[in-house]
Ligand binder design. Structure first.
Ligand code: ADP
Ligand code: MG
Length: 405
């Protein structure tokens, strides 16, 4: 990936800066209050830098899936209030993202002020990357800063489209995400260990296939382990299995052995009859098989030890997908212990990608102990798959040329 221009490369004083942020935060269904402000907090360094340099920060984001209509359920108004509290400065809000009301609000702005526009997905043109809509968004700005890593895998008007009209540079969050994740896919230090878990093999095929080319070891946990184990002829009881992916699982195992990747499957599992807190649990050795009526819901203690030994000398670790049903404490132990093992690796680059994986690391209070927790669920997965990222491609290259790789 070509080197991209960032905030630090451009003059901001007196400039109208259109900042694409990712304020797609969860809201309380009854009060509309922001229930998790992680993404707002993550955008603050960029916003502060712009205002400190005397730029006018015009923030644009999507929230939820309003399906291209002005659904008040998805207004960014409450996000403006929360940002104001977090940043300790007034944040003006305008009830549209294009048109005369916005033009007026922007022309009233003084240097260093902050304005948040209404949900850009109130217009269907946003997700269609409609060129006229992109031109309207770009019309009231001098420069574009893209800090929305969470939508970098999409080519929409407010991230990629506006780059036809304005120089688009990376914000600090985007810069860090791209730097960390491209290191993991382009030039990781070895031993390079990848940990994959989560619900389905089918969600992670792209990631497995791409990382099989780079990793030294791949550790498998989560529900997807049972598809691999069943493909190897093990009894997995009532565990979650994708029966239509058994052949694919065999192909992946073959490929790993050809590539000499150490593909590590669990040796034991914590099982229960149902997914609920406080139910009877049994640790079962995989060689003995999981009895009918029981399902594997976490990796077992022997597997935790095995994984710890595979991590001990790692220089790069990428982790995507919880190793068990971490939402329930009874089945969170494997995920938590491995998260702690990662936190203890001080000489390694440790990267967490995926929405639920990030939630897990936050739940255990270990987000500050790893090198990077990606804020983009789908975007981090697509990046780990090695896919083209329209919202990164559209950023201006340091060479001054666009779309050069
Ligand atoms: P991410 O969002 O980090 O990419 P996924 O969405 O792939 O992760 O998977 C997360 C989900 O996988 C969690 O809700 C977790 O409860 C579930 N999960 C993990 N292990 C199991 C298991 N053994 N059985 C059923 N569900 C599991
Ligand atoms: Mg998920």
């Amino acid at each position: 990936m070509a080197k991209k221009l960032t905030l630090k490369d451009v003059e901001l004083k007196g400039k109208r800066v259109l900042v694409r942020v990712d304020f797609n935060v969860p809201l309380d269904k009854t009060t509309g209050e922001v229930t998790d402000d992680t993404r707002i907090v993550a955008a603050i360094p960029t916003i502060e830098y712009i205002t400190e340099k005397g730029g006018k920060a015009i923030l644009v984001s999507h929230l939820g899936r309003p399906k291209g209509s002005k659904d008040p359920k998805y207004t960014l108004k409450n996000v403006a209030f929360r940002l104001e509290k977090l940043i300790g400065k007034p944040v003006k809000f305008v009830g549209d993202c294009i048109g005369p009301e916005v033009e007026k609000a922007v022309s009233d702005m003084k240097d260093g002020e902050i304005l948040l526009l209404e949900n850009v997905r109130f217009y269907p043109e946003e997700e269609k990357n409609n060129p006229e809509f992109a031109a309207k968004l770009a019309a009231f700005a001098d420069i574009h800063v893209n800090d929305a890593f969470g939508t970098a895998h999409r080519g929409h008007a407010s991230n990629a489209g506006v780059a036809a009209h304005l120089v688009s540079v990376a914000g600090f969050l985007m810069e860090k995400e791209v730097e960390m994740l491209s290191m993991a896919i382009e030039n990781p230090e070895h031993p390079y260990v990848v940990i994959l878990g989560g619900a389905k093999v089918s969600d992670k095929i792209g990631v497995i296939t791409n990382l099989l080319e780079k990793a030294d070891r791949i550790l498998i946990g989560g529900a997807m382990m049972f598809t691999f184990l069943k493909a190897l002829g093990r009894n997995v009881g009532d565990s979650l299995v994708e029966d239509d992916k058994l052949e694919l699982a065999r192909e992946i195992l073959d490929k790993a052995s050809i590539k000499k990747v150490d593909f590590v499957l669990p040796v034991d599992a914590v099982t229960a009859r149902e997914i609920a807190p406080g139910v009877e649990k049994k640790v079962v050795m995989i060689d003995d098989g999981i009895p009918a009526g029981w399902k594997g819901l976490d990796i077992g203690p022997k597997t935790v030890e095995l994984f710890e030994s595979k991590l001990a000398d790692a220089k790069t670790v990428v982790w995507n997908g919880p190793l068990g049903v971490f939402e329930i404490d009874d089945f969170a132990k494997g995920t938590e212990t491995i998260a702690k093992a990662l936190a203890a690796l001080k000489n390694a680059v440790t990267i967490i990608g995926g929405g639920d994986s990030a939630a897990a690391i936050n739940k255990f209070g270990l987000a500050g102990e790893v090198s990077h927790v990606s804020t983009g669920g789908g975007a981090s997965l697509e990046m780990l798959e090695g896919r083209e990222m329209p919202g990164i491609e559209s950023l201006a290259n340091t060479t001054g040329k666009k779309n050069e790789d």
